[in-house]
Design a protein around this ligand. Sequence first.
Ligand SMILES: Cc1cc2nc3c(=O)[nH]c(=O)nc-3n(C[C@H](O)[C@H](O)[C@H](O)COP(=O)(O)O)c2cc1C
Length: 440
Amino acid sequence: MPRPDHLQFGALVHGSGGHIAGWRHPRANPDGELDIDFHVRLARTLEDAGFAALFVADVVAIWGHQLDSLHRTTRADYLEPITLLAALSQRTSRIGLVATATTSYNEPYHLARKFASLDHISGGRTGWNVVTSVVPLEAQNFGRAEHFSHEERYERAAEFVDVVKGLWDSYAEDALLRDKAAGRYFRRDGRRAIDHHGKHFDVAGPLNLARPPQGHPVLFQAGASATGRAFAARYGEVIFTSPVSTEAAVTYRRQLDAAVTAAGRDPGDVRVWPLLTPIVADTDAEAAAILADLGSLIHDDVLRRLVQDNFGDEDFSDLDLDEPLPDFGEDTNRSQSRRAGLLALARGERLTLRQLALRFSARADTAGSAATVADRIAEVWATGAVDGFNVSFPYLPEQADRFTAEVLPILAERGLFRPPPDGTLRQRLGLPYPTRQGPR
Ligand SMILES: Cc1cc2nc3c(=O)[nH]c(=O)nc-3n(C[C@H](O)[C@H](O)[C@H](O)COP(=O)(O)O)c2cc1C
């Protein structure tokens, strides 16, 4: 399929905002996390403005185990994504609904069934953000002392996704007859059992549910390490990235397109959406002041653990926040790319731990007036390396309201953005309908 000729937008939705201290901002709603009416209002704002999808991140554990920091964040109190999206599907009509679910601590049959159900319930608006779990604490909630190793969890993920896709193909599109007169509910030969026996899973199938309206819910992915990128190239249809610079985004796209081709797929069938964390204010100076305010709301313990949690496998308890980050190695069983990025930033500019944490918590280059933020988006779009953005609003609801009311109209006026056409999420993103494998 051809790549889109207009910007696409998805939103990474949190109850009170994506910034680690966003919930404390005077104009944030700290009760948003569990408030369904708040989520509905936000989803409708995004839908009306032409966002193609909203996306809910997830970790099947509390998100960090140092209580000194955790009790000062929203990261131990959030709704289960598929349940939240099922509710939102009944109170929205067009926006795509993307839930994160891990292949490390689920079974393929469970997820195939849940996502297929959500796709039926929402009229073909579902996406699955396939993750392998970045938070090792999840292991202990599922009978394991240790998290799977990085390589092992991607190997399991590949088999997992193959099984899920096979299960979604259990029924031919026309197999469910529901023919009262003939007394036949489905065609016996229009169904197949996958009878899968692999290294990680044994799954007989078939699924107990008709093929999803989209054939397969859209697969989102964010692999960034070498193994993660290879996985994304093989399976991902929308790829979330968090590049450190525009040059990094261009290099990533070139490498990804080559990997997608090598995997036997058309690069035109893959969308790339880097993370965007805009702060929109009346003037650039006012946005800079909001950025500084947000930074000042991060408690020292949270600053320390924010880097530690994303760095992986080190204890920062005794590190001085105002000293340069010690020279750690690159290896980790958590996100390798994130650790490498943090190390590069710290080494390149000899940042103290505090400076590094503040830089990691928010980006200064997308804080400004609506025109400044629109300029920045246009600049990245002009490289041809991205298809849209995955927008995480630092605090809510104000920043979503301002972005949709002020930035999107500027981009529309410049001919860079228009709301996607109606249809399933797949159709709205310009992605192909997956042909069913198995008997007709
Ligand atoms: C925008 C974005 C959102 C992500 N959301 C989650 C999430 O909700 N849960 C999770 O376990 N990992 C999440 N990740 C982490 C990815 O799954 C992945 O582990 C990470 O991008 C590093 O890639 P690697 O595993 O190849 O090193 C997210 C990554 C990005 C860029």
